[in-house]
Design a protein around this ligand. Structure first.
Ligand code: AQP
Length: 345
């Protein structure tokens, strides 16, 4: 074992997760990620949350919109209960250690691993020759985001599980190649009734910021009327809600609305069916809309308060970046030692 290896730190619990500033934040981002981030902070674990702007540019981003979306996302983190004195909050591009470790991981990960990723296949589609190289390498950067902090837990929605598993594979291959237990094997944390919120227009597709149809998603910036209208127009079948969960099996749109209700009410789909089973959608949808508005409107209004002071947002991000540097830089330096790069200064 190398000197750097024997100095490897013990892995105390540390949470890392990130969100792309790629447009309108959705109810899926909120239930699958943001809300749970604040909960983990409140459990007293060390928490590091990132606005992953380098991931966002793997597909085209208009520069002015990227800036705006970055600050909006910072405001959303704060509005959802993130306390920057307890959590580290920053944007990825300000901490070069992410890109530095990502390059090393590009040389550890195999092309075949990357090409098997569902997100690559979905986003590159049939036009993969024309997709950016960054889109293919996305999971190696994500592995670097997590492992550059020796993070042990990664709260994510269901769609990111495969990338966290790949992070574990990269850590294992690095540790094996260099005969060192240097990197931890982080656990994906996927919990709750809405780990995969589906589109309101198609219950078989994920609700997504980049879906061209605005009616497919609830945005965190939607007002009460827009939320009510989108839920009213959400695609459903003509049957009333079933009297048990089994009855939702072949009904993806109905199941999605029940799951969203359960997540917002902090209960289980079983409890929602026990209360609303047998109701037609004309009764269930208004109840869901009321719940969604009650839940989201305080967040929307806090977001706009935070956005009223952009310099304070930038200050919070700058302070977070300084604290992130302090953890990440020594880990990158040790990684370089392990692989045999000379420290000349
Ligand atoms: N529909 C969803 N249900 C539950 N969780 C979701 N997440 C995203 N969509 C859902 C979770 O939100 C976190 C941040 O995601 P991201 O912005 O990094 O990228 P993504 O997963 O690709 O999300 P989008 O909304 O679909 O973005 P675009 O359209 O830009 O690609 C992750 O933890 C994710 O699981």
């Amino acid at each position: 074992m190398t000197e750097a290896t024997s100095a490897a730190p013990a892995f105390s619990p540390r949470v890392f997760s990130g969100i792309q500033p790629s447009g309108n934040l959705t109810l899926g981002n909120y239930l699958g990620a943001l809300r749970r981030f604040a909960k983990m902070q409140d459990q007293g674990i060390e928490t590091i949350y990132c606005i992953v702007d380098m991931h966002a540019i793997t597909v085209w981003q208009d520069p002015a919109k990227l800036k705006q979306a970055t600050r909006e996302l910072a405001a959303a983190y704060l509005a959802c209960g993130l306390d920057p004195s307890r959590s580290i909050l920053f944007n990825q591009s300000q901490v070069p250690a992410h890109a530095q470790l990502a390059w090393i991981f590009n040389c550890v990960a195999r092309m075949g691993w990357m090409k098997r990723m569902t997100q690559w296949k979905d986003k590159a589609g049939k036009n993969s020759e024309n997709a950016s190289l960054g889109l293919l390498a996305y999971p190696a950067l994500m592995a670097a985001d997590i492992l550059v902090y020796h993070a042990t837990h990664v709260p994510v929605g269901e769609d990111q599980k495969q990338h966290v598993e790949l992070t574990r594979d990269i850590a294992a291959k690095f540790n094996n190649d260099f005969d060192t237990p240097f990197f931890p094997s982080p656990e994906p944390i996927i919990e709750g009734a809405a780990t995969r919120v589906m589109s309101l227009r198609d219950g078989t597709r994920k609700m997504s910021k980049s879906d061209p149809s605005d009616m497919s998603r609830i945005n965190l910036t939607d007002d009460a009327d827009a939320i009510a209208q989108k839920i009213r127009k959400a695609r459903t079948d003509p049957e009333p809600l079933p009297s048990d969960l089994e009855g939702l099996k072949e009904r993806p749109e109905a199941r999605n609305l029940v799951n969203i209700y359960a997540a917002l009410a902090d209960t289980t789909p079983e409890a929602v069916i026990a209360e609303h089973g047998g109701q037609p959608f004309s009764a269930f949808k208004p109840a869901l809309a009321d719940l969604a508005v009650a839940h989201l409107s305080p967040i929307t209004s806090k977001m706009s308060d935070y956005l009223g002071d952009v310099s304070e947002i930038d200050r919070v991000l700058g302070d977070g970046a300084d604290r992130a540097h302090a953890i990440a830089d020594p880990i990158v330096a040790q990684t370089r030692d392990i692989i045999g790069m000379v420290r000349s200064r």
